[in-house]
Design a binder for this molecule. Structure first.
Ligand SMILES: O=C(O)CCC(=O)C(=O)O
Ligand SMILES: [Fe+2]
Length: 217
């Protein structure tokens, strides 16, 4: 009898890659429910459409963003912050769809952060050529909860650095369905996304959509 690679490891858990202490990539974590996940995102975007916000320095971001949850991350000329309402409509952000919240809670638990209770989800939409420069997620009140980041659509190269901007970041290829969780000693790690390559994704077309769940309040 011959054994192929997969026969040898019949019960292999979804593939996980350690990035740094407290940081892990869960490969292919989003699977059978993906179509429903996408529908849940569409319902958020119907209420709170993607928009390109302006940085405090006066630059329009290339990545289009929206939010769901009790608070949404926003930027304008006055600074970065979490807002309970959508500045475009002055209405509360849509709720985090239960399906998506559940995905984030499960990913956090698998990554070693049980009891995760995100209250905010930033949704980023990248088109070919758009990038997100190195930054820390530090507008949240409490850094004890991790960031859970879900990649959908076109592949991207994620940059994952250290505690200072000058730490040389690792280049992490991310594909549709991969989830990155960073918390604990990595919670304030610098990270970013290289300019997106052109391509076509079977579900999302010429786009990458990323969800970052946070405990903001
Ligand atoms: O798109 C990504 O993979 C990362 C997004 C991110 O870091 C952010 O929105 O703060
Ligand atoms: Fe970030």
């Amino acid at each position: 009898m011959t054994l192929g690679l997969f026969d040898t490891f019949p019960n292999a858990a979804p593939h996980r890659e350690a990035l740094a202490p407290g940081a892990v990539v869960l490969r292919g974590f989003v699977n059978e429910s993906e179509e429903n996940d996408l529908r849940a995102i569409e319902s958020v975007v119907a209420e709170a459409p993607f928009r390109r916000m302006v940085t405090p320095g006066g630059f329009r971001m290339s990545v289009a963003m929206t939010n769901c949850g009790q608070a949404g991350w926003v930027t304008d000329l006055t600074g970065y912050r979490y807002s309970p309402t959508d500045p475009e409509t002055d209405r509360p952000w849509p709720r985090i769809p239960a399906l998506l919240a559940d995905l984030a809670v499960r990913a956090a638990a698998v990554a070693g952060f049980p009891g995760y209770a995100p209250d905010s989800c930033l949704i980023n939409c990248y088109e070919p050529g758009t990038r997100l420069s190195l930054h820390q997620d530090r507008n949240e009140r409490d850094f004890s909860a991790p960031i859970v980041s879900v990649s959908l659509g076109l592949p991207a190269t994620f940059l994952f650095g250290g505690a200072t901007r000058s730490d040389r970041p690792r280049r992490v290829p991310l594909d549709h369905g991969d989830v990155v969780v960073w918390g604990g000693p990595s919670r304030l790690a610098f990270h970013g996304v290289l300019p997106l390559d052109d391509g076509h994704h079977r579900l999302l077309g010429r786009r990458r959509v990323n969800l970052t769940f946070r405990r903001a309040l």
